[in-house]
Design a binder for this molecule. Sequence first.
Ligand SMILES: Cc1cc2nc3c(=O)[nH]c(=O)nc-3n(C[C@H](O)[C@H](O)[C@H](O)COP(=O)(O)O)c2cc1C
Length: 349
Amino acid sequence: MQEIFRKILADAVFAPSGDNQQPWTFRLGENYVDIYDSSTPSLYDFKQHATYISHGALIENIVRLAAVEGYASKVKVFPDIKDYKHISRIEFTDAPKTDPESIRSIKKRFTDRMPFLKHRIDARANQAIQEAGQRPPFVRFEMIQSRSLVKKLVDLLAVGDKMILDNQELHKYFYDNIRWTDDEFKRTQDGMHIRSITRNPMMKFLLRILKSWKITKFFRLFGLEYTSYLMRRHIYEKSPALGYFVIHNNWAESYVETGRALQSVWLAATDYDISLQPMSSMLFLYSRLRGNSPESITNWEASIINRVTGNVYKLLGVKDEVITFFVRLGYAKTEIRPPSVRKSPKFIE
Ligand SMILES: Cc1cc2nc3c(=O)[nH]c(=O)nc-3n(C[C@H](O)[C@H](O)[C@H](O)COP(=O)(O)O)c2cc1C
């Protein structure tokens, strides 16, 4: 049985995680697996919300892969209230094997940061993706295809990308997680391959230069961050659809559930050859500010984050709920898939 669990986990870790940090370790029991948080702190990860979302995506993969192998899963989130690092225990019992269709996109799914075609999302795909994102009573998922609303929202959300040129800590975090060559990517088995960010040699060269915070600061004198904002906005504005996840209460468990809903949406989208990119950095920084824990975020940056995210909430009419995650969706312009690697699952005794 343990061999099967190990095989399941080896595929499950292809779940998405913030900057491909893969913040998880495992402990195998007789008929269960314990999953622990092994994340390192980041400005984006206030109260481990981003980590919990990644764990949710991982859990969704495990449940689906186990079902195909003939195991029903009982997921307990935060099984030990004294140990907040112990994120879940999944118990397995024998059950009839399910259709492998539900897992066919687990290793096909990837983050597509390139421009999408303007084509509207096909009605059948739209319905399948909408349904995949509902996890009552925890999470609601909404999709937007109105051109004018998509434009207004991406104009706001694209500010998140610009923040890495404003804030030194975010800048460092971004560069710490870029892998510049295939060899580096294979060696570290984490982070983001440069080809998943840009395929333009000139842009790659520019990104290399801007690794130095001193040089970034110098070019900011000439409006570098604003140019970068306009470039990202130009890419995002062509997206035919956006999707967002909403929770009713700010519990840690709701973030794990958001991750499960996100992964279901992403797998359904991949089934229909639809690409997806998360655009949630502003939301993560906003929840840090709302939790009164700005750390290295300056007052000026805080005022931008509050204004921009406040406007997102207003545009969507969300009042007493929390928007946990944003994605853009569309058909890829190119079929080229960036490389994606994962570490083998790490087990503790
Ligand atoms: C919680 C979370 C936050 C993420 N935030 C972003 C983001 O702001 N921008 C982005 O392009 N990708 C984002 N991603 C996607 C990850 O960078 C991506 O999943 C990871 O690098 C692995 O690559 P893959 O999805 O292609 O397998 C996020 C993923 C998760 C789970």
